[in-house]
Ligand binder design. Structure first.
Ligand code: HEM
Length: 129
């Protein structure tokens, strides 16, 4: 297997782990679970998200950033929105309603990012065929 496919596999594995971790932490937060304070739950998501970003940047270098700038920049912009919504959902939301709404919004943005990655189109699943 060439290095592109290896890094792409790592990237996609991190995508799945990152989403699974985010969904789980949102549920734990909604039920005020003490599991959220454990070292494992606090540290592992940062490790996975760092690996997700590093593998994404490496993939972008391998396929050429300039030639793919339109959908890659959309992905990065949507990633920023995801990070903001995620931090409201898991940390800064002042009520359960705000936390749950931000959590759901973050999951929709995450799905949009995946659709942009799969189609290489800036509009992702909003693009007309
Ligand atoms: C939440 C963040 C991210 C998600 C959910 C995500 C999702 C994905 C998915 C599902 C794929 C595989 C697409 C396919 O089936 O071909 C992929 C590939 C890729 N991602 Fe990401 N990604 C994220 C972050 C990033 C970042 C930060 C970068 C770089 C700036 C990046 C760059 C790439 C590149 C270059 C590919 C390879 C596309 C190809 O196969 O030609 N990703 N991403």
């Amino acid at each position: 297997m060439n290095s592109f496919l290896v890094i792409r596999s790592i990237h996609i594995t991190c995508v799945a782990l990152s989403l699974g971790g985010f969904v789980t932490r949102g549920i734990l937060r909604a039920f005020n679970s003490r599991l959220l304070q454990t070292r494992f739950v606090r540290v592992i998501p940062h490790v996975i998200d760092t690996l997700l970003l590093v593998s994404g940047v490496r993939l972008a270098m391998l396929i050429g950033f300039a030639a793919n700038a339109n959908w890659l920049l959309t992905k990065l912009g949507a990633l920023l929105v995801y990070v903001v919504l995620g931090s409201v959902a898991l940390k800064h939301g002042s009520s359960r309603l705000i936390c749950v709404a931000s959590w759901l919004g973050a999951i929709v943005i995450f799905a949009f990012i995946v659709s942009v990655a799969r189609t290489h189109l800036p509009l992702g699943f909003f693009a007309r065929n």
